[in-house]
Design a protein around this ligand. Sequence first.
Ligand SMILES: [Zn+2]
Length: 278
Amino acid sequence: MNIHILRCGEIRVSETVPFGNAVSLANTARQLAAPDKARVTLPVFAYLIEHPRGLLLVDTGWCREISPTGVYDAAAVRELLPGPLAAFYRPTLPAGEAIHEQLAARGLSPRDLDCVILTHLDPDHVAGLRHIKGAKRIVLPEDEYFWSCRAVYKARQPRSLWIDAPIERLYYRGSPLGPNRWAIDLFGDESVQLVNVPGHTDGQAAVILRRGGKFVLLTADAAFSPRNWRESVAPGYGFDHEQQLKSLRWIASMAAEPGCAAVLCSHDPGVQPHTIVI
Ligand SMILES: [Zn+2]
């Protein structure tokens, strides 16, 4: 199984987002207003996986329209994101990093994607959906879709970016995996499992890719870097701090397993695009 780490743009967020270790409306308000000198640039990763059952994509990154010329464009951002989210993320998508551009560079089209897995509905993970029309399947945990009706998620997850995509909602089931023992076994063979890691959102999934005795864990936004689980410091953007810490404890336990080949976070500045083979 080849796991290609794709950089699909970046965000320039308050330095309290990756390691704030508290979530509250007041903290979010401060993050929106953070001056540039109190911000950090973080990558936005998606993952293209050559799996025995087909070509998989995990998340989609930003869309070209948010950064038409590949540089930060405040007016273009505000066309796609409401003002507070635009101020929170300050996104940029350099030329060649949009998901369809990266597929084309590999000689692929969206129709070659057998399954697209969405970890959650925040815009940096789903804005690129518009670029992968024709993918055979797009899946999302039902729990994430269900809670998108809640006011806090309506504010975080602009519906225009994903509501018209043909998303298939899959149900978490009882499982030995995860902080809440809730997971989706995508192909029924344990090779791809969506594991509920709540805290950042309620329904968010981490993804375990397993082959032979090895596995790679994609944490989505349950962690922003290994420091989160090594020091039990939760990201400062989320919904439920206690659930974030519980999810981090589970990630730490997985990272310590002998079969763990890598643990990858969606916004870890310590990771460069590369390919992992398991
Ligand atoms: Zn994210």
